[in-house]
Design a protein around this ligand. Sequence first.
Ligand code: SF4
Ligand code: ZN
Length: 311
Amino acid sequence: MVICAACKKAEAEIRLDYAKRSLCRDCFTLFFERKVRNAVLKYHMFSVKDKVAVAVSGGKDSGALLAVLKRLFPRVEMVAVHLNLGIEGYSDGCEEIAKKIAKAYDIELIVCNLRKAYGFSISDFRKTRFSRKICASCGVVKRYLLNKTALEVDATKLATGHNLDDFVGVLFNHYVHGDVEQLKRLLPVNVSHNPKMVTRIKPLCEMTEKETRYYADCMGLPYKSHACPFVHQRRLEKRQRLLDKLSEVMPNFRHVFFKSHVKRLQPALQVEEEAVSVRECTRCGMPTSGEVCSFCKIVSTLTKRKRLEKF
Ligand code: SF4
Ligand code: ZN
């Protein structure tokens, strides 16, 4: 039996290779919550003056996020936001889980149903030119609607459940492609100076996927048991497998990569958000760098397709 490295009494239930220690359930819960609290404070994510919209997808990460934020910061006003993407055999189950978690933590839940609000679903992309890039288009839709919904409920911060593995997966991808513009924007907090964009925060950015899943289990949270049917299209999955291999040799690889990016390279990249010219989409009025935003372009393609189908 392995004894917990913190309390030295109970049986350890989780091994954290990067920290070279094993912890029991109770000590892990304290450890996880302490680390999330530190990240929120260190990166100045929010204060009691903020209203935080928490994106809840039905997955373990966002469920853990809602639970940990509510437990750590009960005085901060929070609202949960869920997007029903209309994916058959998947999205309705996710919505049910989001409802259960919001109810358990006594947080108001706002649901935006893509089909009801905009007349299309993510599944509709199968018949369009986006069919090979469903996840990329889904990402555009999610970013747009989460921001819009957060604005509608007067939230001042939008929290998402991206964990360390997610963050480093994207980071690695941008480095591989030398995408400096995207690297500049990859931060635990994306401060917005635009009144139509809510500042985005990632409170779980220093927690691994393994830790987040175990925390969700410790809290007894329900989360979706099967993956989205389009998950095989996510190019990041392959990158994660590669990063897993690196972590086998160097268990703290993701932590080191994250820290060197945020602490050393980010300041050197000198983000000048203000310098980026932001216009308003001529169709919906939301911020965009071009004439029409990516969301409106997607909606327009799907609408044309539906019109053609009627003939
Ligand atoms: Fe959207 Fe792709 Fe995630 Fe499914 S796997 S929810 S299509 S990003
Ligand atoms: Zn638009």
